[in-house]
Design a protein around this ligand. Structure first.
Ligand code: TYM
Length: 349
């Protein structure tokens, strides 16, 4: 991979700080999305960082999406952004497909990225499973579109859960190769992956070795943002654990994946460290810890799901946010893609 090394004399990127992230428009959101992504976006926004957050509908169609549902799913993700505390006056919230430059830059990046780089992507291997040849071509080039999403806004930081780390490394490789190949050092920043949040990998409630995921066939494995209080309490009560009491130190959670997951969830919901959780609950069993966790989860998630329901009942408000966001996003993205086309040497009048 020597051809993706930036020239030694490449100047550091000197543009403004910009945070960008996206969530696929492909069905229900869960606690992993909330703690790994949504809650962190709101924290970054509230620290004054300029945030660009989109609904990844182009990514969603890499697997079949019922057209009758896709629009509703797009609005639902937008509603989740708003309900989690994102303020459209401060952050730009938009549907990916409404800004044409995403597709345009993705094609150019398809010609920058190397097959060998994509062959290493573990998420494609997981998602395509045993039937690789029946997967869409889009599923294969998915990470290239993700690089376009990020670099189109010259984003400097990308907050995501840990599962996106490899895609963010590929984004840096594509940025470096573009800058190098076309002799435009520093044109694209090499964005920092912010994958080390308080809960970068929330695990399934049924299996501490599996990631909490919308594709898990068991609904008991995840807490959905649309679950009511009774469902949240029941799922936490039934969550798999072990018979031991909670330890005094983090080391005591090693080899106890389910216990570690519940402690991590508690800490992230309460905005405290895992050490602080253990200081409070050391010596107690799950009979005591689970009700406390359930109470905390209900009090944190109920306002979010109530606000999501309110927004979904009035899509006009969500649509206004998405339309305005798309215009603001395009105002940044269009000049960047125009400049890229000029750098590549495309004809223009
Ligand atoms: P998606 O839609 O699968 O997930 C959205 C966000 O939720 C995080 N996440 C988790 N975090 C912690 N624990 C979990 N169990 C968990 N499950 C999901 C994801 O890491 C992500 O941050 N490819 C992206 C969407 C995307 C994107 C982008 C992200 C498209 N373009 C550009 C950043 C920048 C995805 O499929 O996320």
């Amino acid at each position: 991979m020597t051809d993706q090394t930036p020239a030694p004399s490449a100047p550091a990127y000197g543009g403004p700080r910009r945070i960008l992230s996206g969530i696929q428009a492909s069905g229900a959101l869960h606690l992993g999305n909330y703690l790994g992504a949504l809650k962190r976006f709101t924290q970054l926004q509230d620290q004054g960082a300029p945030c660009f957050l989109f609904v990844a509908d182009l990514h969603a169609i890499t697997v079949w999406q019922d057209p009758a549902l896709l629009t509703a799913q797009t609005r639902e993700i937008a509603a989740a952004y708003l309900a989690s505390g994102l303020d459209p006056a401060k952050s730009v919230i938009f549907p990916q497909s409404a800004v044409r430059a995403h597709s345009e830059l993705a094609w150019i990046f398809n010609c920058v990225a190397r097959l060998g780089w994509l062959d290493r992507m573990t998420q494609f291997k997981e998602k395509s499973g045993k039937h690789k040849e029946r997967s869409s071509v889009g599923l294969y080039t998915y990470p290239v579109l993700q690089a376009a999403d990020i670099l189109l806004y010259k984003a400097t930081e990308v907050p995501t859960g840990e599962d996106q780390k490899q895609h963010l490394e590929l984004t840096r490789d594509i940025a470096a190769k573009f800058n190098n190949d076309f002799g435009v050092p520093g044109f694209f920043p090499l964005p920092e992956p912010l994958t080390q949040g308080p809960a970068p990998r929330v695990m399934s409630l049924r299996d501490g070795a599996a990631k909490m995921s919308k594709s898990d066939p068991s609904d008991q494995s995840r807490i959905n943002l649309t679950d009511d209080a009774d469902a949240i309490v029941a799922k936490i009560r039934k969550a798999r654990t072990d018979p031991e009491v909670l330890p005094e130190t983090l080391e005591g959670l090693e080899n106890r994946a389910e216990a570690k997951n519940l402690v991590t969830i508690y800490a992230a919901l309460a905005d405290i460290s895992r050490e602080q959780v253990l200081a409070q609950f050391a010596g107690q069993g799950f009979g005591q810890f689970k009700p406390a966790l359930a109470e905390l989860a209900v009090s944190a998630l109920e306002p979010v799901s109530a606000e999501m329901r309110r927004l979904m009942a009035d899509p006009a408000e969500v649509d206004r946010v998405l339309k305005d966001g798309a215009e603001r996003a395009a105002a940044i993205a269009d000049p960047v893609v125009d400049e890229v086309k000029q750098i590549v040497g495309f004809w223009r009048a």
